[in-house]
Design a protein around this ligand. Structure first.
Ligand SMILES: CCCCC[C@H](S)C(=O)N[C@@H](Cc1ccccc1)C(=O)N[C@@H](C)C(=O)O
Ligand SMILES: [Zn+2]
Length: 321
């Protein structure tokens, strides 16, 4: 039986309706679409996947999702609709801005699993795919409802194929920061009407307005559920959290905010992408990131440019020098 690509309609986590591409086959509408020059975006249901070593690969991705009609507005599809739609936005962002063809730049399929774990208020890249929890309704709503989270997780994939920043200490904090930065840049590109410097604001503590998990503009602000340092002098040495990768990412995050605020999200994306794919390596630390971003700014805009100076001033400001 032929598989036909059809335009369906889905309802996202926040109740918003959006068009999604579906594959119609044999009376069922599947969330598998290759509407991006052969790259398939495939979304699965991990409800029955055991939450074993947290980042389990043995049972993922779970069950392929399908509906009997092309209107996916039932509760169980909401998280999948956003995972599916937002993975497409992230693909488009990397393709349109940098010519990158998917996570590996070789056109690999983009696989997401939703409903993972038990009310898990987290999401992750497991080395092969993106995995999302449903949240507990208090700490968070289902995490795919935030485009910056989908951008965060898919950027971990890009980082893994490029710099390969090791997930601990300073390289791990850089890994986390690049995911937050691109999550934010993607939000500016695809949701400009509500773009901000907050991370996860669309799903974090749904009963509290205006807060988020992290804040790039002011990592220690009251808006941020997770208070982070903004300056190198306040770097936290800890063995928790892989050496504080979600704590110390506040320092490069603050620098990135200063760059974006100075030269805008498009130019910042060009500089950060070049650093991630050309200069950073698996053991790069914060100072290496300063050098990589300065070199990238020089390559693209020249040494005596306002873009170069924006990066220099930002890293000076947070004490990475
Ligand atoms: C090794 C296991 C941990 C994986 C952590 C994943 S990549 C992660 O960083 N997830 C994000 C989700 C996110 C992203 C943006 C905004 C909000 C929430 C994260 O920050 N997780 C926090 C809760 C954490 O793991 O501490
Ligand atoms: Zn992460």
């Amino acid at each position: 039986l032929a598989t036909v690509l059809v335009k369906g309609v889905g309802k996202g986590v926040l109740g918003d309706e959006k068009e999604i591409n579906l594959d119609y086959r044999n009376g069922k509408y599947y969330m598998i679409d290759d509407s991006r020059n052969g790259v398939k975006i495939k979304t699965y249901d991990a409800s029955d996947v055991p939450e074993i070593d947290f980042i389990s690969k043995y049972f993922l991705p779970g069950d392929i999702m399908y509906d009997k009609d092309d209107v996916l507005d039932e509760e169980i599809y909401k998280s999948a609709v956003d995972a599916h739609k937002y993975a497409g936005y992230v693909y488009d962002y990397y393709k349109n801005n940098f010519g990158r063809n998917s996570i590996d730049d070789k056109g690999m399929d983009i696989i997401s699993s939703v409903h993972y774990g038990n009310n898990l208020s987290n999401a992750f890249w497991n080395g092969e795919q993106m995995v999302y929890g449903d949240g507990d309704g208090k700490t968070s709503a289902p995490l795919t409802g935030a485009l910056d989270i989908v951008g965060h997780e898919m950027t971990h994939g890009v980082t893994a194929y490029e710099a390969g920043l090791e997930y601990q200490g300073q390289s791990g904090a850089l890994n986390e920061s690049f995911s937050d930065v691109f999550g934010t840049l993607i939000e500016f590109e695809y949701q400009p009407e509500k773009a901000d410097y907050l991370c996860g604001e669309d799903v974090w503590t749904p009963n509290i307005k205006g807060d988020a998990l992290r804040d790039l503009q002011d990592p220690g602000s009251d808006k941020a559920y997770s208070k982070q340092p903004s300056y190198m002098k306040d770097y936290v040495n800890t063995t928790d959290d892989h050496g504080g990768v979600h704590i110390n990412s506040g320092i490069p995050n603050k620098a990135a905010y200063l760059v974006i605020n100075s030269i805008g999200p498009k130019k910042t994306g060009q500089i950060y992408y070049r650093a991630l794919t050309t200069y950073l390596t698996n053991k790069s630390n914060f100072y290496d990131a300063r050098l990589a971003l300065l070199q990238s700014a020089e390559d693209i805009y020249g040494k005596d440019s306002k873009e170069y100076r924006a990066v220099e001033n930002a890293f000076d400001s947070v004490g990475i020098k």
